[in-house]
Structure formats: structure tokens, C-alpha cells
Design a binder for this molecule. Sequence first.
Ligand code: EPU
Length: 255
Amino acid sequence: MLKRAKRYKIPVLVIGSGSNILVNDKGVDGVVVKLTAPCFRKIRFKSGLLEAGAGGLLSKLVRHTLDLNLSGCEFLSGIPGTVGGALVMNAGVSERVKNVSIGNLVENVTAMDYNGNIKILHKRDIEFGYRKSNLSKYIILNARIRLRKKRKQEIRQRIKWYLDYRRSSQELSSPNAGCIFKNPSGLSAGRLIDMCGLKGSHFGDARVSSKHANFIINKGEARAAEVLKLMDYIKVKVKQKFNITLQPEVRIWRS
Ligand code: EPU
């Protein structure tokens, strides 16, 4: 399929669960790939490493590791998305909380390039940065991560801690795509937006959350165009007040 898409110059959009992506209201004029087949969701523990299919949900991964008494990925609790998406974006928690991201756990990743060739990428070949990696040029198939044995009770407590933290500080009541902008180095985008007095600002049903200003929630019928307009408005206000240019954290598909 990838080879054909290339031959006929059809764009390919790979999505995890679609939780961190904003698609133009016209949709995608191309091929959308979502790894939902069971073979892409398998999780198994082998030779001291946990192998997780890219299409599996992070919530399932966390539950599975709890069953196996494996600790290290509790911080992924409550993050919506798939293993593949989390790897491409190097999902994690901020330095104020613990400063850990999924890239810290990776031993190697099996990935397919856009010519259909499968490769194993070792951790030394992978560059993980703040909410980015060089894996975006591949379709991730699975990953092997290193975790350590711990008592179940301790793992359960850590999971609860992360879930409570998210529940208390983040917007979970209306649909959203998580944090909409990246944190500028050493600063919090949410705090900057809040300090501009933008909580509750809206275009149509796209609204800046009153709980956490770096979340844009959909109060019902929000269109991508309204979310983008609100993002532009926020960027202008933050630039005017702090002379800081916010960068989107969500992936935006415009074509
Ligand atoms: N704050 C405000 N007003 C707000 C929001 C936050 O004053 O409206 C303040 C908070 O009180 C806190 C500081 O800003 O002192 C930081 O807020 P928070 O602890 O919520 O963390 P964050 O930097 O906004 C980051 C990640 C989140 C991740 C949390 C927890 C980014 C852009 N955001 O948020 O990730 O869940 O830390 O670790 O890196 C995501 O990637 O989609 C995401 C939500």
C-alpha cells in the first residue's frame, strides 16, 4: 500500500488513536493508516524486555505492566493515545512533575519506512527530544522497553498518583487533544496563556479550558477551523504580552 501511495503521489497520514491530531475540516485527501489489527496490539514479556505493539493503547500497556509487576511506565497513566503515537511524540510528564518520557525506556523499535522496508532501530539510532523524535519518518510497528520488577502495591500507588495529578490539574470533562502548545523552555504554556486572561475565550464551540489554559475543549460542534483560529488568537496574545512565540504541540494536518 505504501509503495502504491508513493507511486501515485498519494499522501499518507499515520494516526495512533487520533488523540493528538487536528485534521482540517475538509478531511484527508489521502490514505489514513491506523494499526488496529490484533498483531499490532500484542504485548509480551520476553528476555527481560516488554515488547509492545504500536497500535495498543497506553492504558492497556500500563494495565499489563501492573499485572506483570513491572514498574517504569506508570507516568503514562491517563495519557490518551497509542504506544506508536507516544513514541513519535516522546510522550511524558514535565520536569516540574518528574521529567520522564517514554524515550527513556526504549531499547529498540521495529519500524517500517515509507518504501515498505522494515528496520530495527536501536536506542543509539533514535533521537528523542521534548515532544518529538526522529521516528516521525517511520511507521512504528512495535517497541521493546526496559522496565524493572517492583511490588504490585507500589506500582498501583504510582499509577494512582499520576491519575490523581491529571484529574486535579487537567481537563477531562470535554473532548480535547491534550496540551495544545509545547512548553517554551523552562516555562509553562498553560501559565502564560492563563496570565493573558484567556481562560474561557472561544470561537464557536472551541474554548480555552477554565481548568488548564493549555487545553482547548470542544463544547459540542467545534470545527477544526475554529480551533485553529483560537490557537492563532492565543499565539498573538502571548506574543504581545511576553514576546514568546508558542509552538503547537498537536500535529496539524492542513491539506
Ligand atoms: N498553570 C497555570 N494556569 C493554567 C495551567 C497551568 O497557572 O491554566 C500553572 C500550574 O499551576 C503549574 C504550571 O503552570 O504551576 C505547570 O502546569 P502543569 O503542572 O499542569 O504542567 P504543564 O507544563 O502545563 C506538562 C505537559 C503535559 C503533562 C503535564 C504533567 C506540555 C506542553 N505539557 O503540562 O502534557 O501532562 O506537564 O506532567 O509539555 C500533553 O503533552 O498533551 C500534555 C498535556
